[in-house]
Ligand binder design. Structure first.
Ligand SMILES: [Mg+2]
Length: 211
């Protein structure tokens, strides 16, 4: 089945909704916009984040927003944690020789810090961070690592992840552990819609037993 898995990071392997919401509201506050609550943020936030900010804070330079966001994110007292079942899934991949990659919009410094702090670096053959529009990178990722698209899946928690998977010609696995509600992901018709990484691992185990 899948020999190669490309993972989104936030909402797929780690839970950073708390500090992300705080940092977003800090950016909104600087520009006089009202804060969002958790539910509103989950309904409205989308990638590429450049489009989200253009919609809610039109006309403000992205680099300026990014600087404020990163500072507020780094200062947030709310910890980023590994999502339940994520480490087990990555251990499973290592055990079964499934190659793992990361493709994330998170800025490189923040991402690299989390890779080390959470002791996740050893699971990945290569990581791609700071990617605002993942569609622009999925093709070269597949080519660079000579991935057979029929044996490759991209796992993520947002519409942009599903769109990116389809753009790259790989399977799309939508997960409900992150920022986006079920019906919103469902509407994009991903190949798989899973509650979490345990459900995905069990599906692959089942497939192995049957083949
Ligand atoms: Mg995500």
């Amino acid at each position: 089945m899948y020999r190669n898995l490309i993972f989104d990071w936030s909402g797929t392997l780690v839970d950073d909704l708390g500090p992300t919401l705080e940092a977003t509201n800090a950016v909104f506050g600087i520009h006089g916009r009202e804060a969002m609550d958790r539910d509103e943020f989950r309904r409205l936030f989308r990638l590429p984040y450049s489009e989200f900010y253009e919609e809610h804070l039109p006309g403000i330079a992205l680099a300026d927003l990014e600087n404020h966001f990163r500072k507020a994110f780094a200062e947030s007292p709310v910890a980023v944690t590994v999502l339940p079942h994520a480490r087990e899934k990555l251990e499973w991949c290592r055990e079964h020789g499934v190659r793992c990659f990361v493709l994330t919009s998170m800025d490189r410094n923040t991402f690299e810090g989390q890779l080390d702090d959470l002791e996740m670096r050893q699971y990945f053959e290569a990581t791609y961070s700071g990617v605002v529009d993942k569609r622009e990178v999925i093709g070269s990722l597949v080519i660079n690592h000579e991935l057979e698209v029929s044996q490759t899946a991209f796992l993520g928690d947002m519409i942009h992840d599903i769109v990116t998977a389809k753009h790259g010609g790989v399977a799309s696995v939508a997960l409900l552990t992150g920022y986006t509600h079920r019906e919103v992901l469902q509407a994009q018709q991903p190949d798989w819609l899973m509650a979490d990484l345990r459900e995905f691992r069990e599906m692959l185990d089942q497939h192995r037993r049957n083949s």
